[in-house]
Design a binder for this molecule. Structure first.
Ligand code: CO
Length: 289
């Protein structure tokens, strides 16, 4: 799909409130990754709970993968840019994530799954985003969807291209729409010198992560590996991004839930008692019923 011209939105652009550097850590069976969003940003980036970035061409960094582990109370989105990952879960779902594909999972009341690299060498690169669920959906039935590379909607314009993973952009709908949190996840590829615009209501949390090249919002430059949290003053309705070099950016936005958050590892609920219940349910095997 080719759009031209496109970026003629009127409105006040949002500015950058803060730049965040990811924190190197490891998870699963010793997978080295960068935790871009962790627990300290739960309230501020509501409804988003976590963003991990993993990239390595050293198998020692990823080969252990993420063996069986539980989730309850939120959704996960995994987007793979290089390598292969095999998913298997307690609901009997199985899928192979390949280059350019994504997986959406609603953990709801409980899923146990594994996410294992299916390669012994070469590069593995991707992202995992966690999106909180409203209290009314935290104990809903789990759901799961694999979206292969060629099924991800993409539009092109003279200055680049955009892959629409969640939500909508330029009238192009991504494969997953969630009505309560209305999440948007775009993989934006820009040529040097391009200006990109995306309308985002000021009431929505919004941030972007640069994974290649360098971009600018107003006069603030954002480098690879940096997360830019956008301001949300009344009247601001737009992201306006300038590419200082060829650049690749993940843009994430959504409607805050404004509910209490009680988080304990892979369980994210509203109260401590619900966390205790989640641990009990997991330990007594109720996640695999
Ligand atoms: Co998982």
């Amino acid at each position: 799909m080719f759009h031209t011209p496109i970026f003629d939105f009127e409105g006040v652009p949002r500015t950058i409130d803060e730049l965040i550097e990811g924190r190197p850590t490891s998870d699963g069976a010793g997978v080295k990754l960068t935790r871009v969003i962790g627990q300290s940003l739960h309230q501020r980036l509501d409804p988003f709970l976590m963003l991990d970035s993993f990239t390595s061409d050293n198998p020692d960094d990823y080969i252990g993968g993420f063996p069986d582990h539980p989730h309850r109370g939120f959704e996960t989105v995994t987007y793979l840019l290089a390598g292969r990952m095999r998913h298997q879960d307690s609901r009997g779902n199985q899928g192979l994530l390949e280059v350019g594909s994504m997986q959406w999972m609603l953990a709801g009341r409980g899923v146990i799954h594994s996410e294992m690299p299916e390669q012994e060498n070469g590069e593995l690169e991707g992202f995992q985003l966690w999106i909180n669920l409203p209290s009314s959906l935290k104990l809903s039935d789990p759901e799961y969807m694999d979206v292969p590379n060629h099924h991800i909607p993409e539009y092109q314009f003279t200055g680049g291209s955009v892959r629409v993973l969640l939500g909508e952009s330029q009238g192009v709908n991504g494969p997953v729409q969630r009505p309560v949190t209305d999440p948007k996840l775009l993989d934006i590829h820009l040529h040097k010198g391009t200006t990109f615009q995306e309308p985002i209501p000021h009431t929505h949390t919004a941030f972007f992560y640069v994974y290649r090249g360098c971009v600018r919002v107003a006069n603030i430059e954002v480098l690879p590996g940096q997360l830019a949290i956008l301001s949300h003053l009344e009247g601001q309705s737009l992201l306006e991004l300038h590419a200082n070099s060829d650049a690749k950016v993940l843009l994430i936005a959504g409607r805050p839930l404004k509910e209490p958050i009680a988080a304990h590892g892979p369980f994210v609920m509203n109260t401590q008692n619900e966390i205790i219940q989640a641990v009990e349910d997991y330990q007594s095997g109720r996640f695999i019923e």
